[in-house]
Design a protein around this ligand. Structure first.
Ligand code: NAD
Length: 428
């Protein structure tokens, strides 16, 4: 399904170039913003449980910090590449800018597969990552967070290593920490809920009753599960979800026309978001090929797994019934597919706006750590909803008044904010 020649960074640059041209951005600013400011590539040697030494490759990419410290997750993935990290770092800059929080863009990664690593080995990778790049990250420089296949435990090991090296307590050096250890209420829910806050507003603007809508999801991890939860609370029906099967090394779509039962599916899902096929069949789910999630007759598609899933080829499979695309994942849609979506009249909520709830709550976590005073969950979610709703309408208003595609409108706002920060600092 995914095109092997796909390069997420080339796509991020292509999207940037198109909007920079529309905005008439000067060459100096374009050259500054189309490439990351700094990159770190390094080895992480780990003594494995069997006594051998394995060397993992780690990355940190800092795209731009004109608006504040770099911010972005660390991914553990066997197919991680520096170009994916570059793309994600770039999108983080636009994400923080579009929701107007005072942070820049960064991203990290390690080429590894946590499915095949013990907890001790994963801890050594986390500590090794900090030992290699610890001088360039920190509360006022660059603040990492969890991403695909990393979680609060990984963040805490990283914070602990950083604090050992620097001799003090620095809870603001990383976000996504467990509750009670500097974590924020609402962080686990934030990205998935944020997806639905923006979807709710998009439906309102189009006069569509959310309670009468159906949706198909790709992915059943952190983002998808909480998006499904809030979408169901607002009355929406999720017809299917797809997930990766580690044993078969392929993906499947799990479908039930009457709607999936979130709790039931969660009870048959591993900690990496993989759904157990046999249990799903026993519970009455149809098990279809992984790519079938995109072919369903639903009102809303929510890609919440990987990059490059809605592309020139798969966009042809989208049913005429689909009117909304809410991008929980980063980079799920290629520029070729964007053109086809516009033609079909699909309302797209672009990734770096739609999934900005996570980084917004990470920002709240930093603020709370700085004050050493923590808010109730309701307060966190209310603040999150306000920021997401405001950012969504600013983008939708611009798209409407300038008659531009939602992704272009989001880019226009974000790029202009970052370019202005660079100009005010005297960089360009
Ligand atoms: P996760 O690791 O918790 O879940 C990923 C899910 O995708 C799993 O259910 C997995 O089985 C599924 N998956 C993997 N390959 C698949 C395939 N080929 N077909 C179908 N399903 C597949 O990850 P997550 O945190 O939910 O993140 C998902 C996406 O959202 C990523 O693009 C991530 O960068 C983005 N994102 C996450 C956050 C966050 O706070 N977690 C914030 C912003 C963006």
């Amino acid at each position: 399904m995914a095109d092997k020649s796909f390069n997420a960074f080339a796509m991020a640059q292509q999207q940037f170039d198109a909007v920079a041209e529309q905005l008439g951005l000067d060459d100096g600013t374009r050259n500054l913003l189309r490439n990351p400011d700094r990159e770190f590539h390094f080895n992480i040697p780990v003594k494995m449980d069997d006594g051998t030494t394995e060397v993992f490759r780690g990355f940190r990419v800092q795209h731009n910090d004109a608006r504040g410290p770099n911010k972005g997750g660390i991914r553990f993935h066997p197919q991680e590449t520096v170009d994916t990290v570059r793309a994600l770092a770039t999108w983080m800059t636009w994400k923080c800018a579009v929701v107007d929080i005072p942070l820049g863009g960064g991203k990290g990664g390690v080429i590894c597969d946590p499915h095949n690593l013990s907890m001790r080995e994963q801890e050594q990778i986390c500590r090794g990552w900090v030992r290699q790049v610890g001088k360039a990250v920190g509360p006022i420089q660059d603040v990492p967070a969890p991403d695909v296949m990393t979680n609060g435990q990984h963040m805490l090991w990283m914070m602990d290593e950083y604090e050992k090296i620097n001799g003090g307590h620095f809870p603001g050096m990383i976000t996504g920490k467990p509750l009670g250890m500097g974590g924020s209420e609402g962080r686990t829910e934030a990205t998935g809920y944020g997806v639905i806050y923006t979807l709710r507003e998009a439906l309102k603007r189009s006069d569509v009753d959310i309670a009468k809508t159906t949706a198909a999801f790709q992915g059943f991890g952190n983002v998808a599960q909480f998006a499904i939860e809030l979408y169901a609370q607002l009355g929406g029906t999720t017809i299917c979800v797809s997930s990766w099967d580690q044993g078969d090394q392929t993906s499947y779509t799990f479908k039930r026309n009457s709607g999936v039962d979130l709790k039931e599916l969660q009870n048959m899902t591993d900690r990496f978001g993989g759904i157990d096929k046999e249990k799903a069949v026993a519970a009455g789910y149809e098990v279809l090929p992984g790519e079938d999630w995109i072919k369903q007759d639903v009102d809303i598609l929510m890609p919440c797994a990987l990059e490059n899933q809605v592309n020139a080829e798969t966009v042809q499979d989208i049913s005429d019934q689909v009117k909304f695309l809410a991008e929980g994942a980063n980079g799920p849609t290629t520029p070729e597919a964007d053109a086809a979506l516009q033609e079909k009249g699909v309302f797209t909520i672009p990734d770096f706006l739609c999934n900005a709830g996570g980084v917004t709550c990470s920002y709240f976590e930093q603020v709370q750590c700085n004050m050493n005073f923590f808010w109730e969950k309701e307060e966190v979610l209310e603040k999150l909803d306000n920021i997401m709703t405001r950012a969504f309408h600013a983008v939708a208003d611009l798209a409407e008044t300038q008659d531009v595609y939602m992704r272009d409108a989001a880019y226009m706002i974000a790029i202009q904010r970052v370019a202005e920060a660079c100009r005010l600092r005297g960089w360009v």
